[in-house]
Design a protein around this ligand. Structure first.
Ligand code: GDP
Length: 296
C-alpha cells in the first residue's frame, strides 16, 4: 500500500543508496519520519519513544546484506518491529474451560462494550457453533441492560435478565448458575463503565472477576481515544489480568495508533476490531494491515 510515510521513506532510501552500512546519521532522518508518523497516528509518546529506541538498536551496526540497500533494511526493520509490537498471527477467543466459558467485558462507558458483547455472541454462534448467554452487570444504567437485551436478540443469543436493584456480584452468580443448568457453552458478562477511571468501579469489576473466574477478560477500547488510551489501559491492566483487547470504531478516520499504545501497555493481544455499529461489524484483528494504517 502506497502511503505518505512509505513515500517519504522511499525518498530517504534513494538518498542513502550507495552507502554500505547503516550509520547513526543516516538512520536519524528515517527515524524522525517514523516518529512523526506514529505521533500523528496518536500513538502515546512514551510508546513512540520505546519503539524508536528498539528500531534504532536493531538497525545500528547491522551488517547489510550485499543485495540490499541500507534504506531497505531500515524499512524492513520498522515494519517488522511494528508488526511485532502490534502482535503477530491471529489470536482467537479462548474457550478452553469447563463450560460455560465465561468472558468478562471491561472498558470505559461508550467504548463499545455492549455492542461488542452482542457482536462477539454472534461470532461465537456462527463461527464456533456455540450456545451463548449474555448478561449485563451495569446496574447504574437501566438503559444499558435494555440495550444488551435488544442487541443480544439481534445476535440470536439468549439474554439473562438483571435489574438495577441487584448487585453485579449476585447477577453474575445467578447467570452462571443458569448457564450451567441450561448447558450454555459461553457466558458473556457485560459490565458497567464510567466516563473516566473510577476506583469504586475498578473494585467492583475486580470482585466480579474473582467471582466468575473468566477464561477471557477483554478490554474494550475506542480507537478514537488517541493519547488517552494509554491511561485507560494502565488502569484496567492494574485492576484485571487482561487476556485480550477489542479495538472498536476502527471504521472512524483515526489512524488507530491506540492499538500500539494499548498493546504495549497491557501486553495482551488485540483479538478483534470493531468496524461498524452493526451487529456483524466485528473483524478478527489483522496486525499487518493495521501496521500499514498506523504508518499512514
Ligand atoms: P458501552 O458504553 O461501552 O457499552 O458502549 P456501547 O456498546 O453502548 O457503544 C457506544 C456507541 O459506540 C454506540 O453508539 C455504538 O453503536 C457505537 N459503537 C460501538 N462499536 C462501534 C464500532 O466498531 N464502530 C462504530 N462506528 N460505532 C461503534
Amino acid at each position: 500500500m502506497a502511503s505518505a510515510l512509505t513515500d517519504k521513506l522511499s525518498r530517504l532510501v534513494k538518498e542513502m543508496r550507495g552507502q554500505a552500512r547503516i550509520t547513526e546519521s543516516n538512520v536519524q532522518d528515517m527515524l524522525r519520519e517514523v516518529r512523526m508518523a506514529l505521533l500523528e497516528a496518536d500513538v502515546a509518546l512514551p510508546v513512540v519513544r520505546d519503539f524508536i529506541a528498539r528500531v534504532k538498536e536493531k538497525a545500528l551496526g547491522q551488517e547489510v546484506v550485499s543485495s540490499l540497500q541500507p534504506g531497505q533494511v531500515l524499512v524492513s526493520i520498522v515494519n517488522k518491529e511494528l508488526a511485532a509490537t502490534m502482535g503477530e498471527g491471529v489470536a482467537d477467543i479462548n474457550l478452553n474451560a469447563q463450560p460455560p466459558a465465561v468472558i468478562l467485558m471491561a472498558g470505559l462507558q461508550g467504548a463499545g462494550k455492549t455492542t461488542t458483547t452482542a457482536k462477539l455472541a454472534k461470532h461465537l454462534i456462527e463461527k464456533r457453533k456455540k450456545k451463548v448467554l449474555t448478561v449485563s452487570g451495569d446496574v447504574y444504567r437501566p438503559a444499558a441492560i435494555e440495550q444488551l437485551k435488544t442487541v443480544t436478540a439481534q445476535a440470536g443469543a439468549e439474554w439473562f435478565p438483571s435489574t438495577p436493584d441487584q448487585k453485579p456480584h449476585d447477577i453474575a452468580v445467578a447467570a452462571l448458575d443458569y448457564a450451567k443448568r441450561h448447558f450454555f457453552d459461553v457466558l458473556l458478562v457485560d459490565t458497567a463503565g464510567r466516563l473516566a477511571i473510577d476506583e469504586l468501579l475498578m473494585a467492583e469489576i475486580k470482585d466480579l472477576h474473582a467471582t466468575i473466574k473468566p477464561v477471557e477478560t477483554l478490554f474494550v477500547v475506542d480507537a478514537m481515544q488517541g493519547q488517552d488510551a494509554i491511561n485507560t489501559a494502565k488502569a484496567f491492566k492494574e485492576a484485571l489480568p487482561l487476556t485480550g483487547i477489542v479495538l472498536t470504531k476502527l471504521d472512524g478516520d483515526s489512524r488507530g495508533g491506540a492499538a500500539l499504545s494499548v498493546r504495549q501497555i497491557t501486553g495482551a493481544p488485540i483479538k478483534f476490531a470493531g468496524v461498524s455499529e452493526k451487529i456483524d461489524g466485528l473483524e478478527v484483528f489483522d496486525a499487518d494491515r493495521h501496521a500499514q494504517r498506523v504508518l499512514g
